[in-house]
Ligand binder design. Sequence first.
Ligand code: HEC
Length: 498
Amino acid sequence: MKLANCSFNAANRIVVTLGLLLASLILVSHLPLKAQEGKKDELQPIPVIDLKRTTPIEYNTDVAPILENKCVVCHSGKITEGDFDVSSYEKVIKGGRKRGAKVVVPGKPEESFLFLACARRVRPIMPPKTEPPLTPQELTILKLWIEQGAKAPTTSRIRTRVVLQLPPALVKPVRALVVTPDGKQIIASRGNQLHVYGLQKIGDANKKETVDWVHQRSLIDPGIQLPDGKVAGAAHVSLVESLALSPDGKTLASGSFQEVVLWDLANGQIRLRLTGLADRVTALAFSPDGKYLAVGGGPPSEEGELKLYAVPSAQLLTEIKNAHSDTVLALAFSPDGKYLASGAADKFVKVFEVPSGKFVKAFEGHTQHVLGVGWTPDGKRLVSGSADNIVKTWDFEKGEKIRDIPGHQKQITALVMVGQTPQFITVSGDTSARWWNADNGGTIRIFGGAGDFLYAVGVSSDASVVATGCEDGLVRIYNGKTGALIKAIAPPENAISK
Ligand code: HEC
C-alpha cells in the first residue's frame, strides 16, 4: 500500500476515464436494448479496411485499448454481460456463457462471435446500438488479431488510460452523498466529480435575507487532465463510488477505482491519497472518534477487500483477509468504536474487532447484496438494508435476527442512522426514502417526489436536513422534521458536457 502525500505534481495522469461500469449505464442501456431486439431494422455492417500494417497485432497495445474503450462498461467489474469479461486476455479467450470458445476462434475471424458481432453481421451486435460502434480501423485490428492466431500479449501491460470522457449516462446519477453533521453542507458525487452545496444567505432586492442551497465548489484534482492538457475538473479519474465524512465534518473521504482521496472541506484541497486498493472502493466509514478510516471494496465474485487505516497518518493498520467472499458494499463502526460492521455482495453482515480486525460474528439471512449497515446508539443492535428489499434488525450479543422490516418495493441502496437515535433512513430503487424506527420496525416518514432510482442518502445530526441522490442527477433536499421537499438540485452547468 503506497500512500502518496498528495501533492499535485505526482499526478501527471493524462486522463481519462476508465469507463468502469456503473449499474446506471446498464439500467439506461438495457431498456432500449430490450425494446430493440424484435426490430430487425437495417444496421449497416462495419467494413474491414486495409490498414497497411506490417507488424503483428499485439494484444496489450492494439487490442486491449479497444476493449477498454468500447466494452468494459458492460463486460468487467460488477457487470459482465453474458458472463463475458474483457479485463484480461485469458478471460477474453475463455469467452462468455452462451458462446464460450466460439467468441474467439484463433485463426478464424469468420467463425468468431466477437468479430462478427462487432462487425454488426450477427445479432446481438456489440456494442449494442445504444453505444458508439467500433470504427472500421478498430474492427480491422480485432479481425487481424484473430486471423494471426489471437495470440497472448507479448508486452507487459501499460495501463494507458483510454482517453475519452465519461459517457453522459455515467456522469449524471448521484451515486454517493453526505450531509455535514451541522446540516450546512451537502457533498454529492456524479460520475467522477464531487459537488459541494452549501446553505448560504442571499439578500434579495428588498434587502430581505433568505437562505438557499447553492453550488459552492467542485472538489478537483488538478492532476487529472483532458487529452488536450486542460484540467478535467474531476475528483477522480474514474467514478466516485463512496463517500464518508469525518465526525467533525471537516474531512471528506471519496472512494474510486483503486484509490481513496481525503479532502479538506474548508479549502477544497487534497490532503492525502490512499492508493493500491484492489478494485473499486465501494464503502468508507470513519470511526466515531475520527481516528480510523475503514475502506471496503474488492473485485466482484472474488474477494471482499477490507482495510483499516489510521487517520490522519493514513497508515495501514489492518487488512482483514477473507473478510467477505465478494465486494464489500457497506461499513459502519459501532458507537463505542470497538467494532466494525460490514455488509457485502456475499449477502452477509459481519462484525470485526477494531483495530485488530479479528472476526467477531456473522449475520446471515439476507438473500441479496447488503448495501447498508448501521448500529443503534446503545451498540446492542445492528440494522441492515439489502437488494432483497428488506431491512433487518439484529441482536448483536445473541447474533440473531430480531425482525424483518418490509416496505421498500425494490432494492435498498443505502442506509444512514439518524443522530443518536435508534432511527435510520433508507433509500431504494423504488424511488422513495424511508425513515424507520428500529425499536418497532415502524415507518416514521416517507420522503417522496423522486421520479427515479435512488442511490444515496445523508442526514444532519439533528435530522433537520435529509438529502437523497438519484439516477436523474438530482440531489433532493428535504426538511427532515416535516418531510417537505425544500429543493431539487440539478448538476452544475458544466458538469455534464465536459
Ligand atoms: C451496453 C452494454 C454492452 C457493451 C458496451 C458491450 N456489450 Fe457485449 N454484451 C452485452 C449484453 C447485454 C450481452 C448478452 C447478449 C446475449 O448474449 O444475448 C453481451 C454479450 C456479449 C458477448 C457474448 C458472450 C457469450 O458467450 O454469450 C460477447 C462476445 C460480447 N458481448 C462482446 C462485446 C464486445 C467485444 C464489446 C465491445 C466492442 C461489447 N460486447 C460491448 C452488452 C454490452
